[in-house]
Design a protein. Sequence first.
Length: 467
Amino acid sequence: MATSLLAPASGIKNIVKSPETIQYLSQDNCNADEVEPILPFQVAMRPARRYNSFSSLSSLVGRGGEGFLAERKKIIMAVALFSTYFSVMGAKCALPSTFNILTSADSGLKYHQEPQQIMSRVLTISTAAIAIGKFLLGPVIDKFGGTLCLKVALSMLMGALGLIASTKSFSVFACSWIMVDFVFSSCWAACLNAIHSTFPEEDWAGRIGSLAVAGRVVDTAEANGWARGQVASRQDGEHSPPHEIITAEAQYPSQTSSSVNNSLRVLRSESKTIAFWMHLISRSSLMIIASFLLFVPSYMTNAFGMSTSSAARVGSLYALGSLLSVSFGAKRFSASTKKTKIISSVTLLGSLFGCCLLQLAHITGTMHISPVGGAVSMFVWGVAFSIPFYIPPSMYALRQGGRLSSATIADAFDLVGFILLAWFNGFVASRQQDILMSWYSPFVLLTGCSLVSLVSLVTALATEGCT
């Protein structure tokens, strides 16, 4: 035994194999052949080395630590995108939900014309500003990146909301609100661009779904506020959007720089495919379907004799159906096969078409629907349109546009939709809504939009990848 303990250093690997000894040698970054032999009783006498630098800790953590940090960054970015879209949607939807307050004598604004007429004009111009933003900002977002554009958008939004909360001049108020809608026009495309830059493809559908949830939560709150009139006064000030995107930058690799010409080149290339035009038609048609939420409380009051509060709850039920649909169905829809996607789209949009026909039958007197039946129909309406509206066109824009043109393609889809939406909202708002038959023409249009969307989306899904 004594002889073995005094063996040369070259034999130490066969002498001392305790974990403590091996750890000590590894900390010294040396080979066993280059050190003196260590006796077993000497191991306990040597002081433990401390890891006093981040690099040592990183080497100890290894790939597992890097994976943890990457997941943490993705969670931060997901929360930031949700909060940002929620804030921008809240600011955009505030004007319609506070329309009665803004046109009252207590609003604090100085009007030079009849308030309701001039506010209607502002609504029309602000919708046009959204269309202009969709037309202009897509290539800009693709060039500079979604995260940077969201920072700029939030800064502009805070300035505009600050002016709205403090000014008494209607001209300043109107210009600020038009700016809010112009900023809003960039938000969806910028979020999609940020998703493409940050998350792997298998996470795209989930992140798009979370953005849709943010929008639907705002819609639910807006529907409740419409009925109860419990909206904060302008003197209390609108809530400015938080700084999530600015403070939660999540240090991802920089997006590859792209030029406006490259973005437009990809758009031109995709515009030669059948799938592009079918997605555009489907998304534009469903945008009108989605916007009907603004008129659900008025429709339920006049068509079913509901009280104002009950009609508002139906509006919330409509938004809740949409929220549940995208929350639980977005990732499943995206991960399914082409055949399953087509079957799902036919089922959902077929249900939407049936809801429209049901409401038409009630309006014409062909069939009487109870208020409960009308509420259930609106819930199904919300469930049916959401996934076809949000997921297929957004996934198409991300996959086909990539970093160069995802925002440009998404904005191209929305541009046509908002032009149609501006006309449709004005058409419905101009009708005498307390007369039941006044809803006949709007529902004929909604029924046609649901059928067009069904045919075009199925065609788009079937022809993706074909020129």
